[in-house]
Write a protein that binds this ligand. Structure first.
Ligand code: ZN
Length: 338
């Protein structure tokens, strides 16, 4: 088969790769219906995380089960399934507590920008839909694999609920879907921080009530102004930079909740400063698996349409252009058709 391989900074190639095979009896092989490029794939793409050898890339996926190992019992060939970027057994103490991305047996699922994919720990990782979804729902199912699940965790971890004032820092796909998630959880006011018109429009479409264009300390000050000097109940940090984290802490009210779901790069927190904020912090790699059954239900019933974050669809063969478009912020998120 041919799939995406990253060779170095700004060098992603569509090239021959080995067909995936069952290695462990707990594996499944999927034929992917769609895959996509993640904001976090841009870290190696931009050379911020160095690539030392050619590496298959991609970790968002949904598709039809092609084959399962002999120990797999919960999914079978022909079913449409979704999984997340960490395979998990869904039975260990961490999984039972809802933190499948800290599973004692977790394994990274990599190389998903391809027509076929091996998923380890299939029973614990994959969730099947009742039937194969119609084509128009596939982008939303794919979004559930990572960006929707991550946005949902951001809202859940920041204690979003009815009547709350919520700030979302970051207007990438995760930030936009964090807006959607906050809306679903009943937030009264949702302030999205964005400077980009297309993203502001999508944020409004997903439920944002206010847009703030200022950044950094100015951004925090603007939030305080909008909340009568109090600050937000919940702040969802969906970027992972020092500036966005600082802005997020500055936007929360004393006793407020701050979630952080972007992989941190260069974030350092000052203990004293944190101490005097009274802010609850909760974040990490989103345990998407915890939310998948609920998210699939919301998509199947057409209650939510997270697939709208894909504003560029390309054949997998044009994966390099998909990366360029996201790197240059011409696209929010690129869907790839194998
Ligand atoms: Zn586990």
């Amino acid at each position: 088969m041919k799939g995406a391989v990253i060779h170095g900074a700004r060098d992603v190639r569509y090239e021959e790769r080995a067909d995936p095979k069952i290695v462990e009896p707990t594996d499944a092989i999927l034929r992917l219906s769609a895959t996509c490029i993640c904001g976090s794939d841009l870290w190696p793409y931009r050379g911020i995380n160095p690539t030392t050898e050619p590496t298959p890339i991609g970790h968002e996926y949904c598709g039809i089960v092609e084959e399962v190992g002999r120990a797999v019992t919960s999914v079978k060939p022909g079913q449409f399934v979704i999984g997340s970027f960490f395979a998990s057994d869904n039975t260990c103490p961490h999984c039972k507590a809802g933190y499948q991305t800290s599973c004692q047996h977790r394994q990274l699922v990599g190389g998903a920008q391809a027509p076929m994919l091996r998923v380890p720990l299939a029973d614990g990782t994959l969730v099947a839909t009742r039937e194969a979804p119609p084509a128009e729902l596939v982008p939303s199912m794919l979004a559930a694999s990572d960006v929707l699940g991550t946005g949902w965790f951001a809202a859940d971890a920041a204690n979003v609920g009815p009547g709350k004032t919520v700030v979302v820092v970051g207007d990438g796909a995760v930030g936009l879907l964090a807006v959607l998630s906050a809306k679903q959880m009943g937030a009264e006011r949702i302030i999205a921080m964005s400077r980009h018109e297309a993203r502001q429009n999508l944020a409004r479409d997903f439920g944002a009530t206010d847009i703030v264009t200022e950044r950094g300390d100015e951004g925090s000050a603007r939030i305080k102004e909008l909340t009568k000097g109090i600050g937000a109940d919940s702040v969802l940090e969906c970027v992972g930079t020092a500036e966005s984290m600082r802005q997020a802490i500055g936007a929360a009210r004393p006793g407020g909740y701050l979630s952080y779901v972007g992989v941190p790069h260069g974030v350092q927190l000052d203990g004293q400063e944190l101490f005097f904020t009274h802010v609850h912090l909760h974040g990490g790699p989103a345990p998407v698996r915890r939310y998948l059954p609920r998210l699939i239900e919301l998509i199947e019933s057409r209650t939510i349409d997270p697939g709208k974050v894909f504003d560029l669809t390309l054949p997998l063969a044009q994966v390099a252009e998909g990366y360029r478009a996201m790197d240059e912020r011409r696209a929010i998120k690129t869907l790839l058709r194998p």
